[in-house]
Write a protein that binds this ligand. Structure first.
Ligand SMILES: Nc1nc2c(c(=O)[nH]1)N[C@H]1C(S)=C(S)[C@@H](COP(=O)(O)OP(=O)(O)OC[C@H]3O[C@@H](n4cnc5c(=O)[nH]c(N)nc54)[C@H](O)[C@@H]3O)O[C@H]1N2
Ligand SMILES: Nc1nc2c(c(=O)[nH]1)N[C@H]1C(S)=C(S)[C@@H](COP(=O)(O)OP(=O)(O)OC[C@H]3O[C@@H](n4cnc5c(=O)[nH]c(N)nc54)[C@H](O)[C@@H]3O)O[C@H]1N2
Ligand SMILES: [Mo]
Length: 796
């Protein structure tokens, strides 16, 4: 058993050092409720983590019908028994006394308890009315990266072929849209090339805008164990903050926010200038290198140093390390994805690997990371802005093939334009062309940018909002119907992590009250709507998780994310299998592109590519002439400054992000005593230098304002670079543990009060890490003013 205080303070636990190429040793982490001994556990139910994308396998301890703890699974390829703090303690949220147990409907302006028939009845009446009067485009769905594969697939079928709407996207738009887009741009198709095992082999690991130590704690444990062993890898860290990752790095580059592309172009410049390139690899597997070489020719370290405000010598040093690597592993996450040239920058990391021929062998991988536990499934099932099975909406053959799988006519599946992205869905809801928005497993009233706008959209009289959640979240408060969902541990389904590892998560206990699995809710809706295929049979013929999984397998057959070699039984026998898993690869596939590029062929690719500056989709003919033989595409892009840059009024850059103890809007982790106590309230980070410059000191209550809104927080001086203020985005106006909600919606605690409605033109991912801001003093540290509920209603 773990020492609890220790794992809150030391999220990574004790070292188990290992050398290059050796297997990562096991270490079993567990936590049981106080007073429960291991031999009192009646059943251990297999599952995997739902509080990040790492996919840590674990077993859920059950006693007398209740979850009483968790234990990491030592046999699993992903975590070899380890668990992070959110997983060790987070399960307690399931039994929170304020779980939703009955549907709610709005009556006379208030949400009141109701029953399933009434709630579903209202949704169906609204759906049919909208379909009749305004057609399928009047209905939108906004889902998540936190359900199970079977649920996304069912939702994708009912939305795309049942309703026939193009307006279905996930909060994955805020999360991994750029990961998917960067893979499509370079490799023609989504699908993570690398494997976590690359950490065991790499001699250089480069992390771009990825605070792995706090956001994928177990993966970071693997890195720490390599660092503690023989022949440790060297780390390159690009992050404006002195994160725990930066502390371990051979080179830490702390650029101004939103300048990743300039930095990456300079790294490419140096690598090309010093001829650290793999000509054979480039010739055999890529197109476009000449344009890249020309494009970065003037991007010297000195040029980038001025834009990024980092020493040119540090850029040269980083280029030397990356250029000298024999086995390079790179990871990319939100520090790159949530800025204005997100895809253009993420693609340059792919280019580093293509130029150096570092792909498809042990230690040579690029991880365009995911964040949410099942974001990969949202993408592959087409519950986001993609068609299921990574099919290409511009390729009529792909649409026809999907129509065959669903037994509908191709015209039934909208493909007149790219599937609508989330920011556009909210725009349509704002403008009124969407009259019903069904939100599942996400809390946009805290997580989308510019919250005053989002609140006013969700509160609109004419917009019928359905919220499906565990709790009466900030979003649910604004809904017309609230559906109580079962969650992890209370339902069965599959989830796939960031390195394509598929796990089965089984039902351990009953959900509270009348709460139902999301799958059952979608199936119920499809039955009530009576969706039919072209022969008049039910469009959705499955009835439980396993039959839904089999339906998905048929849809995935022959596509890159091929699940045909898997089954619930196989997943129960083993633990964690990487797709593609087929008859020919029954044990799954560790790495993609081991034998050249496989899915970029014009006939099979998921995307014909986009213009990296405007985001405009290329036509088939353009792609055919650019890349007739289906190679990787080396795409160049020029650095452009952020739209909202600093000014005398707003002299700082605002970046937002995460802390190790909380997950997103804290609906779970805020209800867990150990995690809540570890980080109960919002804070703002400035460098000591910057604080002094603004006349502020540690502990002062400050206001972080942008042109759109403000947050009040205690100031912490940290190792962040000058010119930047950081806010964790976890804190909504819901206050733990009492469930107290201030009467005023704007408590000034959510970082997104100040973020901007703007997105990367290519991936459409919103910018959570570039806005202009100012920090002003509210009260000095020792005046005793509180920063949360006490100040909640008082805005200035
Ligand atoms: N503890 C915890 N873990 C989580 C989550 C959580 O909420 N809490 N959420 C999960 C999810 S859904 C996601 S998407 C991932 C996100 O995981 P990460 O991307 O690692 O997390 P963030 O804190 O959003 O951002 C990472 C870093 O980007 C840096 N950054 C900001 N601006 C820039 C920039 O312009 N350039 C560069 N290079 N860096 C910049 C920030 O300083 C920050 O340290 O975490 C997953 N894991
Ligand atoms: N400023 C700023 N904003 C950000 C980010 C940032 O870095 N900075 N990061 C963005 C990113 S990467 C992400 S992923 C988003 C996350 O943003 P959200 O998705 O809004 O965050 P969560 O709090 O995870 O919301 C998930 C909801 O699903 C509910 N839920 C959990 N399990 C289930 C289930 O099984 N079924 C159903 N129906 N509901 C369930 C939870 O109670 C919770 O209310 O935030 C984005 N917003
Ligand atoms: Mo995310």
């Amino acid at each position: 058993m773990v020492d609890e205080a220790d794992r809150i303070k030391n999220p990574w636990g004790a070292r188990t050092p290992y050398g290059p190429g050796a297997p990562w040793p096991t270490r079993t982490d567990a936590h049981l409720a106080p007073g429960v001994a291991e031999d009192e556990v009646e059943r251990w139910v297999p599952s995997a983590s739902l509080l990040h994308s790492n996919g840590d396998a674990m077993d859920i301890a059950v006693r007398q019908g209740r979850i009483v703890g968790v234990r990491g699974r030592a046999t699993d390829r992903v975590n070899r028994g380890r668990l992070g703090p959110k997983d060790l303690y987070g399960w307690q949220a399931n039994a929170s006394p304020d779980r939703l147990t009955r549907p709610l409907v709005r009556e006379g302006g208030r949400l009141v308890e109701s029953d399933w028939d009434t709630a579903m009845g209202r949704i169906v009446v609204r759906s049919k009315d909208l379909l009749e009067r305004h057609g399928p485009g009047s209905i939108g769905f906004y889902t998540t990266g936190q359900l199970f594969l079977e649920e996304y697939y069912t939702l994708a079928v009912l939305a795309r072929a049942g309703i026939g709407t193009n307006h279905l996207d996930g909060n994955t738009r805020l999360c991994t849209a750029t990961a998917a887009e960067a893979l499509k741009q370079t490799f023609g198709c989504d699908g993570q090339p690398g494997s976590y095992e690359d950490i065991d082999h790499a001699d250089v690991i480069a992390l771009f805008g990825h605070n792995m130590a706090e956001t994928q704690t177990v993966l970071w444990t693997r890195v720490l164990d390599r660092l503690a062993g023989a022949e440790p890898p060297r780390l390159v860290c690009v992050d404006p903050r002195h994160t725990p990752v930066a502390r371990q790095a051979a080179v830490h580059l702390a650029p101004r926010a939103g300048t990743n592309l300039a930095l990456l172009n300079a790294l490419l410049h140096e690598i090309i200038r010093t001829d650290r390139i793999d000509r054979d690899y480039l010739d055999a597997h890529t197109v476009g290198f000449a344009e890249l070489a020309a494009g970065v020719e003037r991007c010297t370290p000195q040029w980038a140093a001025r834009i990024c405000d980092v020493p040119a010598a540090s850029i040269e040093r980083a280029a030397e390390i990356i250029g000298g690597a024999e086995r390079l592993l790179s990871t990319v996450l939100q520090g790159v994805y949530q800025s204005h040239q997100a895809t253009a920058a993420a693609v340059q990391v792919n280019n580093l690997h293509l130029v150096r021929g570092m792909l498809g062998r042990p230690g040579c991988g690029v991880l365009q990371m995911n964040g949410q536990p099942s974001a990969q499934n949202t993408r592959e099932c087409g519950a986001d802005g993609d068609l299921p099975g990574f099919r290409n909406w511009q390729n009529d053959q792909h649409v026809a093939d999907l129509a065959r799988v669903w037994n509908v006519t191709p015209e039934r599946i909208p493909h007149y334009a790219p599937p609508t992205h989330a920011m556009q869905i909210f725009r349509y809801a704002e403008q009124g062309s969407i009259g019903m928005l069904w939100i599942t497993g996400t809390n946009p009233a805290v997580s989308l940018p510019e919250l005053s706008r989002i609140r006013s959209v969700l509160a609109k009289e004419e917009l019928f909002v359905v919220a499906q959640d565990l709790f009466a979240t900030e979003t649910a408060q604004l809904a017309d119907v609230v559906l109580p969902a079962a969650t992890w541990g209370e339902k069965t389904g599959v989830l796939t992590n960031a390195d394509r590892t598929v796990h089965l998560s089984e039902k351990a206990v009953e959900p509270p009250g009348e709460a139902r699995p999301d799958l059952d809710i979608f199936l119920d809706y499809a039955a009530r709507m009576d969706f039919r295929d072209k022969d008049g049979d039910p469009l959705i013929a499955w009835h439980d998780p396993e039959s839904a999984f089999r339906a998905w397998q048929r849809c995935s057959a022959g596509r890159p994310c091929d699940y045909t070699g898997l089954s619930y039984d196989r997943l129960r026998e083993g633990s964690g299998i990487q797709w593609p898993c087929t008859e020919r690869a029954p044990d799954g596939t560790a790495r993609l592109y081991t034998d050249g590029i496989t899915w970029a062929d014009p006939d099979t690719c998921e995307s014909y590519g986009k213009d990296l500056v405007t985001g405009a989709s290329a036509e088939e003919a353009e792609y055919r002439s650019l890349n007739p033989h289906g190679r990787a595409v080396v795409r160049a892009a020029e650095y452009l400054p952020p739209h909202e840059d600093t000014s005398p009024d707003f002299p700082l850059q605002l970046i937002t992000g995460r802390t190790v103890h909380h997950f997103h809007t804290r609906t779970k982790t805020g209800r867990v005593p150990e995690l809540n106590a570890a980080a109960p309230d919002v804070w703002a980070e400035l460098s000591p230098n910057e604080a002094a410059h603004q006349g502020l000191s540690d502990g002062d209550l400050v206001q972080v304002g942008t042109p759109r809104g403000a947050v009040r927080a205690r100031l912490r001086t940290t190792g962040i670079r000058d010119g930047i203020v950081f806010l964790p985005f976890h804190y909504g106006y819901w206050d733990t543990p009492a469930g107290h909600r201030p009467p005023d919606h704007s408590a000034g605690r959510a970082a997104n009060e100040g973020t901007v409605t703007d997105w990367d033109p290519v991936s459409k991912q919103p910018l959570f890490k570039t806005a202009a801001a100012r920090v002003t003093l509210v009260a000095r540290r020792d005046t005793g003013a509180r920063s949360t509920s006490a100040t909640a209603g008082s805005r200035t």
